[in-house]
Design a protein around this ligand. Structure first.
Ligand code: GCW
Length: 736
């Protein structure tokens, strides 16, 4: 029998009941009441508060028919048990008496009733993971049907329906057909084998390697449920700064145990491959990708992995970047390296995701040019099972960046877009920053690769270039913290990532609306206020950290707080390299008179970014060096506008504290007080950013802080000598 790890949290679900009992009843109502501590995420399933809706749901769903013992169908049934029991506030029987309105769920193979409904043509369009939900009349009875081609589609359909009930929307005349636009929807965990998490602000890694494979924490299943509820279908378990040890038999057994928990929820596991593993594990002298012995080693390793995990997804690789080994160590190209690994996993149906995040201090060109310069010439050189993984922007997960020119620039190579869900450069733990608007900005951006309408979303979903493989990856913000994500509001970014991965066409507002209703309450006044706070929160962070297109002004190493003055040991890690402030002005000239990075974009985009007349203010200093006294669109000088933006960020952060305080009593005190503390901390951090940045840039502009704007709280010297955070895993700063 499997033991639970000591100190493990109770599962979200009630323990599995006896089979005979389950055959009769869905037992959700038996779930013990649990304090609101954030652990249940958006899957809390409290009883529906709107009385009319509750009546509607109860009369539409008197009983459930979800037959079949396949693990995924069992998972779907258990979720319905928990969800309906909680939401409808009563036990919903499995057996359906004649005439009773039923919820029917299954595939044509698992359910004779579903097979009899003649949904074939409609289902065909929905692929392996899609589903439809429909109100039908069959044999004189009303039924709400969830149908899919495969079991996992049924599970996704169940979560979709539960979302509708949680958000209290009508299910009368429901007619839903949903299929994911992207095939791979992955979380990348930057988790190390010692359970530290690179850029993690939510405690230790979920993966308890020491206790695996014998002990399976109940959190593994809760993690899988949460992912399935938003359509995430893969997890890269290990850090891209990779450790070869995870490829040893002892660890593969642990990986297999995790894969076993995730499999019923439609989640495949992937690992990062350390390029030098043949040396470290195989005792070889080289890891040259063209060396036959090296190639044979990887092939044998892949065969071994698939013996442990038959549905292993493949490898994610960071090579020749930030000190990681790679093919260039042997004067081979990124394509040589990727193709070798691709050949090893190809017989098993695996893929290789090869990261384009490469840059080197040894290369004299503008850092943001380097990924494109390296990868664009390799378009067409990769095996069909290689996907190149590209960060959303050309720099590095900044609060705002233009889209990477590789989107649209690799027509023959399927690209995975990598987003950072964990907020390394966005305030880390305390900030409210809801990131859907940032991701939408990139997804909706037009690359013009094939004329107008060539959006990044269409590059990713394969419709623009006809990619056979499509995908998106988010660097996870998950750890063993009670809240999973370090704060309750950070959960929204996990949620938003999954929802956008399924459908990049969703709006940020819709995602925020769903999440607030499910996570907190359907109370309209709470909803309206919190939605507005969330929707403005990313722009707020941009304003108080890096307004008008500034980037990478964060402190060295941990990247928490401002240090625009800092020298990080090399230019391309140092804020002054990016801001380029001098007595004349500020900003990085990336036009033809500067690094000419604009030339990497298609002509209409390049022209728009290159011209001072058409560049949006949001990207101004990313592409232009602008004089302090120059007037912007607002009519204000650059200096005045800069100060104004910093202040606007601070003002929003302060307003949020007040708005939130006005909502006291509308949700539980545990989560309310926690968010209150975070918002208060963020307001102080915003002020710190604003004061430190203005004081530092003022040494170049030599212009006064305009009238009506607050004076900085301390001197520049004070900020320059402040050492924060004391503890990088719980970033905060006392001295501000
Ligand atoms: O932004 C940088 C981070 C590194 C990270 C790197 C990457 C995993 O500071 O911590 O390394 O990006 O994406 O490889």
């Amino acid at each position: 029998m499997r033991r639970r790890s000591s100190g493990a949290r109770a599962p979200l679900r009630p323990p599995r009941g006896r089979v005979a009992l389950l055959a009769l009843f869905l037992l959700a109502a038996a779930a013990p009441a649990r304090a609101e501590d954030g652990h249940s995420l958006w899957l809390r399933y409290p009883r529906v508060s709107d009385a009319a809706r509750l009546r509607e749901y109860r009369s539409a769903i008197a009983c459930v028919r979800l037959e079949g013992q396949a693990p995924t169908l069992r998972a779907a049934r258990e979720e319905l048990s928990l969800g309906l029991g909680g939401l409808l506030g009563r036990v919903v029987p499995l057996a359906c008496p004649a005439g009773a309105p039923a919820l029917v769920a299954g595939t044509p193979a698992s359910s004779a009733l579903v097979a009899s409904l003649g949904l074939g043509a409609d289902l065909r369009a929905l692929g392996d993971e899609g589903f439809l939900i429909r109100m039908v009349v069959t044999g004189g009875r009303r039924a709400l049907v969830i149908a899919a081609n495969r079991d996992v589609g049924v599970l996704y359909g169940v979560f979709d329906l539960l979302r509708r009930l949680q958000t209290q929307s009508s299910i009368a005349n429901l007619r839903v057909a949903s299929a994911p636009r992207l095939r791979l929807r992955l979380l990348d965990h930057w988790d190390n084998l010692d359970r530290t998490v690179e850029r993690g602000y939510a405690g230790s890694s979920l993966w308890d390697w020491a206790a695996l494979p014998g002990t399976l924490s109940p959190r593994y299943r809760d993690y899988a449920r949460a992912n399935a509820s938003i359509g995430i279908n893969g997890a890269v378990l290990t850090n891209v700064n990779a450790n070869a040890t995870v490829l040893t038999p002892a660890y593969l057994a642990k990986v297999a145990a995790l894969a076993g928990v995730f499999r019923p929820y439609g989640i495949q596991v992937y690992l990062t491959a350390r390029f030098s593993a043949p040396i470290e594990l195989g005792g070889m002298k080289t890891a040259d990708p063209l060396d036959p012995a090296v190639r044979a080693w990887w092939k044998a390793k892949a065969d071994e992995i698939y013996r442990y995990v038959p549905d292993f997804g493949g490898f994610l690789v960071k090579a020749n970047s930030e000190g990681q080994p790679g093919p260039q160590d042997y004067h081979r190209s990124h394509a040589d390296g990727a193709n070798m690994l691709a050949d090893a996993v190809a017989p098993h149906g695996g893929i290789v995701m090869w990261r384009a995040f490469v840059y080197s201090a040894g290369v004299p060109t503008d850092r943001i040019r380097q990924a494109y310069d390296e990868f664009h010439p390799l378009d067409g050189a990769f095996r069909p099972n290689v996907m190149v993984q590209v960060k959303n922007g050309p720099l590095d997960f900044q609060p705002r960046e233009p889209f990477s020119p590789l989107f649209g620039g690799m027509p023959k190579t399927p690209l995975v877009m990598e987003l950072q869900v964990t907020k390394e450069y966005l305030g880390q733990r305390n900030s409210l920053a809801f990131l859907a608007p940032m991701w939408k900005e990139v997804l909706d951006a037009d690359t013009y690769a094939r004329g107008p309408g060539s959006t990044v979303a269409r590059v990713l979903d394969g419709t623009l270039h006809g990619y056979a493989r499509t995908g998106i990856a988010g660097v996870a913000n998950i750890g063993d913290d009670t809240t999973w994500c370090g704060s309750d509001f950070n959960q929204a970014n996990w949620y938003a990532f999954g929802r956008l991965a399924w459908n990049p066409g969703l709006t940020s507002v819709q995602i925020a609306d769903e999440w607030i209703r499910m996570t907190f309450t359907n109370d309209p006044s709470f909803l309206e206020a919190v939605e507005a706070m969330m929707m403005g929160s990313r722009e707020e962070a941009v304003n108080y950290m890096t307004p008008l297109g500034l980037a990478h002004q964060m402190a060295t190493g941990h990247h928490f707080g401002p240090a625009p003055w800092a020298w990080a040991g090399r230019a391309d890690w140092s804020p002054p390299y990016f801001a380029r402030a001098d007595t004349l002005g500020i900003g990085f000239d990336r036009t033809a008179s500067g690094s000419d990075a604009v030339a990497q974009y298609f002509p209409p985009v390049a022209a728009r970014f290159a011209s001072r007349d058409s560049i949006p203010d949001a990207f101004l200093l990313f592409f232009h060096h602008v004089g302090w006294h120059e007037r912007l669109r607002s009519g204000r000088t650059l200096w005045d506008e800069l100060v104004r933006r910093y202040d606007a960020g601070v003002a929003t952060a302060r307003a949020n504290v007040r708005i939130w305080e006005g909502l006291r009593g509308k949700i539980d005190t545990v989560r309310f007080d926690r968010a209150s503390a975070n918002l208060t901390a963020e307001a102080a951090e915003a002020r710190w950013w604003r004061d430190a940045s203005i004081l530092y840039f003022q040494t170049f502009s030599r212009m006064p802080i305009p009238m009506g704007h607050e004076r900085p709280a301390h001197t520049l010297d004070y900020y320059e000598t402040l050492r924060c955070p004391a503890n990088p895993r719980r970033p905060s700063c006392d001295g501000i």
